[in-house]
Write a protein that binds this ligand. Structure first.
Ligand SMILES: NC(=O)C[C@H](N)C(=O)O
Length: 479
């Protein structure tokens, strides 16, 4: 079977009876077997998905199948799926089973999506290379010597390696967009509050969002549309109306796009990434858009602000893993204190411990105002600045990442270097706006893919997706 790049193509072949659901699912199961060396899947729900495929096939025959019939999805190992294991790629949650499903999952299942398995990620979504998983790193399907990005590296790799049509990831500071860029797929982080976080293992609750990674913008739009909307289980979910994202406008109007000058001037920017941005700017102008440079003098403050606030939130969120309520308990524990101490020491990996310590420090008495309080104020300033840019511009453009995927081990001894990988992506999480990474480029030397990032004002996913869909169509036509 050929690989499919969109649900539309699958549904058309299903209705023409060129393929059926079991053969489609078997295609993905075979791809998973062929790519085991990439270490993408922590678990494959093989017999379950084959049973469900047969049930969806009957529904298709009866003409009452849901909108996502034919969509095979992989889920990041931090999104709950009732009665299935979930570990956040951590030893501390080894063999823990979800007691309920995330709202996002329930909404996809209600439209007949099939879940094929759970995929590897950085432990508790902390990392940018997948090297922080307790179950070993994922390899980049484009070139196995390179990381797939993180923390949703398994999700990006699963889509890129054709092990599923769409994968769910979560994005706290770039965890969907950076791996999407590194593996050459589409990845969108929605507006904060657009999708319920109920059933997503919390890392930094005022930043985290679930989102899709896919081959096509149309599938990302459809999945987003179905997952989005108010949920009584998450008070931070928004009741704003959900637009028909997948209903793309035929003639998108010319837009005002600002490219962030500081991103192009950034010291860490690969020259070819810069050159591709400049070419893209010219191309967008040629298509009738107005593209101007805009200033974001705060750029250098984004990563420090992000790491103060997210580690503070993480240190609080992760205090629930105590060896008593959840998962792993040290066998060497003798009393309550040693249960906490030994279970957490043995159960958490190095990066998670680093963040818990950093977060506890910035929240501690005497330092709270100097770090946490100050970072909150900086977050407000960045938000106000960004909102003022969106008064004049429809979209903001930057590279998704300063460079392409790096080799395993390249940043492991230098956490600051690793954190700076997020320099362009944390912006959207700090201010809550949606941002998408589009797989537009390939590096001439390494052949590795890299993306361009577009950001819109909060709750303007419709405009962002319309524009992205159109841009990808133009690029495909030119290719
Ligand atoms: N979780 C994320 O969105 C990725 C980011 N690299 C982090 O480690 O925090």
């Amino acid at each position: 079977m050929n690989s499919y790049r969109s649900l539309e193509a699958i549904q058309s072949d299903l209705s023409a009876e060129i393929i059926d659901m079991p053969s489609l699912v078997n295609h993905y199961l075979q791809r998973i077997e062929e790519t085991v060396d990439l270490n993408i899947f922590l678990e494959v729900f093989k017999s379950e998905i084959l049973d469900k495929a047969a049930a969806v096939q009957s529904k298709i025959k009866a003409g009452n199948a849901g909108k996502l019939a034919g969509m095979v999805i992989a889920i990041k190992d931090n999104i709950c799926y009732k009665d299935h294991k979930i570990s956040a790629s951590s030893k501390i949650l080894k063999d823990f089973e979800s007691l309920y499903s995330a709202t996002a999952i329930n909404r996809l299942l209600a439209e007949d999506a099939l879940i094929i398995g759970r995929v590897n990620c950085d432990e508790f979504a902390m990392g940018g290379s997948n090297e922080n998983s307790a179950y070993g790193p994922v390899k980049n399907p484009v070139n196995k010597d390179y990381v797939p990005g993180g923390s949703s590296g398994g999700s990006a790799a699963a889509v890129a390696a054709d092990c599923c049509l769409v994968a769910l990831g979560s994005d706290t500071g770039g965890s969907i967009r950076q791996p999407a860029s590194f593996c050459g797929v589409v990845g969108i982080k929605p507006t904060y509050g657009r999708i319920s976080r109920h059933g997503l293992i919390a890392f930094a609750s005022s930043f985290d969002q679930i989102g899709p990674l896919s081959q096509s913008v149309s599938d990302a739009a459809l999945v987003l549309e179905i997952m989005a909307g108010k949920d009584s289980m998450d008070t931070t979910s928004s009741s704003q109306k959900v637009d028909a994202y997948s209903d793309f406008s035929e003639n998108p109007k010319p837009l005002k796009i600002g490219f962030i000058q500081e991103c192009l001037d950034s010291k860490s920017l690969d020259p070819e990434v810069k050159e591709s941005q400049l070419k893209l700017i010219e191309q967008l102008r040629a298509e009738g858009h107005t593209v101007d440079p805009v200033r974001l003098e705060e750029l250098d403050y984004l990563v420090p602000t992000y790491y103060v606030l997210t580690t503070a939130e993480a240190s609080s969120n992760l205090s629930r893993y105590d060896g008593i309520h959840y998962g792993y308990r040290s066998s060497a524990a003798t009393d309550i204190e040693s249960t906490y101490l030994k279970s957490r020491t043995e159960g958490f990996g190095k990066e998670v411990k680093r963040r818990i310590m950093l977060g506890s420090f910035v929240l501690s008495a005497g330092y709270y105002d100097a770090y946490y309080g100050k970072a909150q104020k900086v977050r407000r300033l960045i938000k106000e600045k960004t909102e003022s840019l969106f008064e004049d511009y429809d979209l903001l453009l930057s590279p998704t990442t300063p460079a392409t995927a790096f080799k395993f081990g390249a940043n492991m001894d230098d956490p600051i270097k690793m954190y700076l990988e997020d320099i362009f992506t944390v912006h959207a999480n700090l201010v809550g706006t949606p941002a998408i990474s589009l797989p537009l480029f390939k590096h001439s030397k390494s052949g590795l893919p890299f993306g361009a990032q577009f950001m819109s004002a909060a709750f303007n996913e419709k405009l962002l997706l319309d524009f992205s869909h159109n841009l990808m169509n133009i690029v495909a036509l030119k290719a």
